[in-house]
Design a protein around this ligand. Structure first.
Ligand code: SAM
Length: 231
């Protein structure tokens, strides 16, 4: 997969791109990420990317020209590779990111992520350039950079070959509209607190059954709304 990020704060991405699983995915050549400074695409001599809103009101709005130019330049560079591209604006007005959405995005070969700032972006960008607006939750952040990082993290870990053990994806939370069963590790007894005996039994059939039941119990207790999606 290739991911292009359009942002006015390119340096914000260094920590996530150069650590852990996302770093390894790039080393394994499963993932290519390029960060583009939006200011490199402005025609304004002061590298300005925003202006006052028509009709008045507080704050500034990100203008059309730099965003259209950046996305078009990225598309031109990747066009000859015939990658199917989806252009996403991180936006509190978008559909909320879910595990299902992450799985759909993980099937694609190329994502362009546009990070907004200030009061957001000119509506003409949303209507004429962007394929989809995605939100990471019903709250307002100062910019699209953190949402872009969240999206990248949850999509990239789903790409084949990125995680050491693909099975870990099969049983985790949200996979079957349930949360994951409880996990325990060594020691078997800590300060008098015991690990459930079945997990020490070595009986894989019983363990599987116990985990399935526990997943349902935990989901009922913490996120009953997920179970109703079964129906
Ligand atoms: N004035 C906008 C509104 O009320 O809808 C909010 C703009 S917000 C301060 C600036 C930028 O942060 C947005 O353009 C978007 O890129 C990003 N952003 C803020 N909250 C977000 C969220 N929950 N999910 C995704 N992106 C978000």
């Amino acid at each position: 997969m290739r991911i292009d990020i359009v942002t006015i704060f390119p340096n914000m991405f260094s920590p996530i791109l150069n650590e852990s699983i996302i770093k390894r995915a790039q080393q394994k050549k499963i993932l290519k990420i390029r960060v583009h400074d939006l200011r490199d695409y402005t025609l304004d001599k002061h590298r300005k990317v925003d202006d006052r809103p028509f009709g008045g009101g507080p704050g500034m709005v990100m203008c059309c020209q730099p965003i259209f130019s950046a996305v078009q330049a990225i598309k031109q560079k990747t066009e000859n590779r015939k990658l199917k591209t989806k252009i996403i604006l991180l936006s509190p007005q978008g559909k909320t990111l879910t595990q299902k959405k992450a799985q759909q995005l993980a099937q694609l070969k190329h994502l362009i992520l546009v990070c907004g700032h200030y009061e957001g972006v000119d509506e003409r960008v949303k209507k004429n350039l962007i394929d989809e607006e995605i939100s990471i939750g019903d709250y307002v952040l100062t910019g699209g950079e953190l949402p872009a990082m969240v999206l990248i993290d949850c999509v990239v870990r789903l790409l084949p070959g990125v995680l050491g053990r693909a099975e870990s994806l099969k049983e985790e939370s949200f996979q079957n509209n349930t949360l994951e069963y409880p996990q325990y590790s060594r020691p078997a007894v800590f300060n008098g607190l015991q690990v459930p005996k079945v997990l020490l039994s070595g009986n894989h059939k019983l363990i599987k059954e116990w985990r399935r039941k526990q997943a349902i119990i935990i989901t009922k207790k913490k996120r009953a709304d997920l179970l109703s999606k079964h129906r």
